[in-house]
Design a protein around this ligand. Structure first.
Ligand code: GLA
Length: 462
């Protein structure tokens, strides 16, 4: 294995770190100043689907009341403070026909006050409103699509005060019109002059015909779905993770401030995932720098799921300003190790136990595998974030790290690298660890000065 810091000395390691900090080869993002970190909010689809029966099921049908209630709860129950900002309508909000001027209209029975009123309501609570449309002639559920009406519909959304558009890809004529449609809606939104976040499904619908060009997609969309719809099940979550890992070479470089891969909604707080599987979804969506759209019923959610979804440390990883998506580092029997570079030379590391039989399993691995060999070079402080927060202490680049993970669960860690106080081409990491067990380090990432040198004891060296 290639560990630059180990084989070529700390100066090389430092130069490599500088490169990491300067950022990757991101293509230009859609220039609307939005989604500089992954979008956070609530989206009705997975939990409420196309329930239009307000007679039989008034509490759960797609109606203005549902979104108003969610907006109220997002403010009163700490969701807004945790960062969840967009209240989003999915399919099935429309009337079956456009009005006589050709403009879209909401279903008059279920949205009697209209979308502009709903947007005002959501805005008055300090939140933003998202809406749904489709690039083709009909939405996936069969309501009028935007094909042929891109400019008109974008202007309608802007006039209503909409802040986000989820643009689906059902019922398009051919590949050219799919691609042109996604581009046209992007410029139509831009032309309105209103800041409207643009959430696409372009690569998902394109992939059966051709490999998506992410450099291009990033120029038009703030995030994009790559894979099929999420369901409320472990099978669905694990399939999305496996697919993402299998395509990570093209997906990971595509993500960055302004444009993100979207592995679909968080289904935490519903019926299908065990506690450990909910932890896995939250941890891995943070590693993947995924938009966090909860699709659950905020009126009925367990305190445990709520705490997980509002966990500040996981959200901070998801929202990390460096804006680099993580990746699967290794698969080792039943364990997957994922890592994500974070700002201030920190790393998030997730260890997932895929096994669906038995009890908790121990997994031990060398810290030298982490962060391209630099995560713990020469030392790092490790905090466990999930399933519960716990300080694990200081490790060096030759430490063994041992975690215990429940079946289908994940242990999420944050590593803070400590660098040696003085760098010289004469010092090698071997000198550091062999002489004695206590060293001085800068807390380099917090821009420490020499006054801030901390003395640390290196634990758990081999
Ligand atoms: C597609 C999308 C889903 C949802 C439905 C609505 O399947 O991928 O996320 O929007 O359409 O009909």
């Amino acid at each position: 294995m290639d560990h630059p810091g180990q084989e070529r000395g700390p100066m090389f390691a430092f130069a490599a770190l500088a490169l990491v900090l300067l950022g990757g080869p991101w293509a230009t993002a859609l220039d609307n100043g939005l989604a500089l970190t992954p979008t956070m909010g609530w989206l009705h689809w997975e939990r409420f689907t196309c329930n239009v029966d307000c007679i039989e099921d008034p509490e759960n049908c797609i109606s203005e009341g549902l979104f108003m209630q969610m907006a109220d709860i997002m403010v009163s129950e700490g969701w807004k403070d945790a960062g969840y900002e967009y209240v989003c309508i999915d399919d099935c909000w429309l009337a079956s026909k456009r009005n006589k001027n050709g403009s879209l209209q909401a279903d008059p029975k279920r949205f009697p006050s209209g979308i502009r009123h709903l947007a005002d309501y959501v805005h008055s609570r300090g939140l933003k409103l998202g809406i749904y449309q489709d690039v083709g002639t009909l939405t996936c559920a069969g309501y009028p699509g935007s094909f042929g009406y891109y400019d008109i519909d974008a202007q309608t959304f802007a006039d209503w005060g909409v802040d986000l558009l989820k643009f689906d890809g059902c019922n398009f004529k051919d590949v050219e019109s799919l691609v042109e449609g996604y581009k046209s809606m992007s410029s139509a939104l831009n032309k309105t002059g209103r800041s409207i976040l643009y959430s696409c499904e372009w690569p998902l619908y394109l992939r059966p015909f051709q490999e998506p060009n992410y450099t291009e997609i990033r120029q038009y969309c703030n995030h994009w779905r790559n894979y099929g719809d999420i369901f409320d099940s472990w099978n669905s979550v694990k399939t999305i993770l496996a697919w993402t890992a299998s395509k990570q070479e093209s997906l990971v470089p595509a993500a960055g401030p302004g444009g993100w891969n979207d592995p679909d909604m968080l289904v935490i707080g519903n019926f299908g995932l065990s506690w450990d599987q909910q932890v896995t979804q939250m941890a891995l969506w943070a590693i993947m720098a995924a938009p966090l759209f909860m699709s659950n019923d905020l009126r009925h959610i367990s305190p445990q799921s709520k705490n997980l979804l509002q966990n500040k440390d996981v959200i901070a990883i998801n929202q990390d300003p460096l804006g680099k998506q993580g990746y699967q580092l290794r698969k080792d029997k039943d364990f997957e190790v994922w890592e994500r570079p974070l700002s201030n030379l920190a790393w998030a590391v997730a260890v997932l136990n895929q096994k669906e039989i038995g009890g908790p399993q121990n997994y031990a691995f060398s810290t030298s595998a982490l962060g391209h060999g630099l995560g713990c070079s020469p030392a790092c402080y490790i905090t466990q974030i999930l399933p519960v927060k716990e300080d694990l202490g200081l490790y060096t680049w030759i430490s063994q790290l041992k975690v215990r993970v429940n079946p289908t669960g994940t242990v999420l860690l944050k590593l803070q690298t400590y660098q040696q106080q003085e760098y010289s081409s004469h010092t090698s990491p071997d000198d550091l660890v062999s002489s004695n067990s206590t060293y001085d380090y800068y807390d380099y990432y917090n821009n420490a000065t020499s006054d801030d040198i901390i003395s640390v004891t290196v634990l758990d060296t081999l």
